[in-house]
Design a protein around this ligand. Structure first.
Ligand SMILES: *Cc1c(COP(=O)(O)O)cnc(C)c1O
Length: 414
């Protein structure tokens, strides 16, 4: 993460001391760097400048309205996967014609909400879904722009829980039958406007080749459709751009990605849509936590923190690595399991991690927590959700209040 650095032995996010943030706002605390969000967005954008393009931030990665607004100001649209996300995108004043909607289980209510909001298009994942969209568009006397989400059967070489473009995954429609489906839609579904082709093969992909294989397959499909008189306006290559989590592992080479995509699309009339999420938000956020106790057993040392799996579920859900830095330096090293207070053995951030020695009361920064961090957090064990802070230069802004006990029970009826 470029905007989180040590200066004179103290950790800073942009120009603010991380320790000061912990003391001012309390822990657990999510902190995002505005500069990092903008820089990551523009790294993708700048590497595609030869192309007609729309970058739709995948808001499930980091859904705070203030974060969406920052990216909107850079020109981003939104990739949404639910009615709730549409509501958020509209609250952030994202133009509806920059919103694309994916997901295998869109309900009739959600489809109607999206049509009435005049979003750019639906990325459709099944035949019954397309039939329902056609029916609802007819009822509303409008036409629905769609892309079919193609499942290209490409291995993204990523964790099995975040691979989405293989035949056995629930996502998309097999590329083998998609051409016939488009022809059928054109013939039979009057309220559907065929607009694009979509594919999203998975997340945290650090190699170019899976994207290239998927893109080649999709371009072949588009050529085949062209021959049958079906002209495609947009090609959506989804998200999936991988970031650096481990100090010795490399992120995707965004320059090479840009070159590969640009060379294949430069001489075509297609508009490119991308849906990056993790690449923009992942290394723009950290989770700060305080060590409550250090507990020693005969076999292990546990650093027990005030953050838990309900705040950041990635380690236990995806066996994900997050780099962890104690804010206080120490020359002595120890091995710890870093765990939260939740009543689950799966409640951990790291196992057997060597760290500078920590004590009760010390703060830890859990890095690369900006994507799929707060947005996947829950109230499990009746734990109020953490606060969210945005850092902008030497300013810090509270963008989500820490939840209270009253918040926990608010919707319950007694
Ligand atoms: C989750 C998702 C994305 C974002 O993926 P990242 O790996 O975070 O970039 C993009 N498109 C769709 C359809 C998704 O479901």
């Amino acid at each position: 993460m470029e905007n989180i650095n040590f200066k004179q032995n103290k950790l800073f996010i942009e120009k603010i001391s991380v320790e000061k943030l912990c003391k001012d706002y309390g822990t657990p605390l999510y902190v995002y760097s505005k500069k990092n969000l903008i820089e990551a967005f523009n790294r993708i954008n700048d590497n595609l400048k030869k192309l007609d393009r729309l970058l739709c931030f995948s808001i499930k990665t980091c859904s705070n309205i203030n974060i969406i607004k920052i990216l909107k100001e850079q020109g981003a649209g939104c990739d949404i996967v639910s009615g709730g996300e549409l509501y958020r995108a509209l609250k952030a004043k994202v133009a509806p014609e920059k919103i694309v909607y994916a997901g295998v289980g869109k309900t009739a209510e959600e489809i109607e909400y999206a049509l009435k909001s005049k979003i750019l298009m639906f990325n459709c994942e099944s035949i019954p879904e397309i039939e329902l969209i056609n029916k609802i568009a007819g009822k509303l006397k409008t036409t629905a722009r769609i892309a079919i989400r193609v499942n290209p059967d490409v291995d993204a070489h990523t964790h099995s829980k975040i691979t989405t473009g293989k035949k056995e995954n629930k996502f998309g429609i097999s590329i083998d039958i998609v051409a016939d489906l488009y022809k059928n839609i054109k013939k039979k579904m009057k309220n559907i406007e065929i607009y694009g082709v979509h594919c999203h093969i998975g997340s945290q992909i650090t190699e170019i080749s899976p994207f290239e294989k998927a893109l080649d397959k999709v371009l072949n499909l588009i050529d085949e459709l062209e021959k049958c008189g079906i002209s495609i306006k947009t090609l959506n290559l989804g998200g999936g751009l991988g970031i650096q989590y481990m100090p010795d592992k490399k992120p995707i080479d965004i320059k090479k990605y840009g070159q590969m995509v640009s060379s294949k699309l430069q001489n075509r009339k297609l508009k490119l849509i991308l849906e990056p999420g993790r690449y923009i938000a992942g290394n723009s956020g950290v989770l700060l936590t305080k060590v409550i106790y250090v507990k020693e057993t005969t076999v292990k040392k546990f650093a027990i923190t005030d953050a838990a799996m309900n705040d950041l579920i990635r380690p236990t859900l995806y066996e994900a690595y997050h780099h962890i830095i104690p804010l206080k330096k120490s020359n002595k090293k120890e091995k710890y399991d870093i765990v939260g207070p939740v009543c689950e053995s799966g409640d951990y951030f790291a196992k057997d991690r060597e760290l500078p020695k920590v004590q009760s009361g010390d703060y830890l920064a859990i890095l690369s927590a900006g994507a799929y961090g707060f947005s996947m957090s829950s109230n499990y064990n009746s734990r109020p959700r953490a606060a969210e802070i945005l850092v902008d230069g030497n300013k810090s802004i509270l963008i989500r209040k820490r939840e209270t006990y009253q918040d926990l029970v608010k919707p319950e009826q007694i």
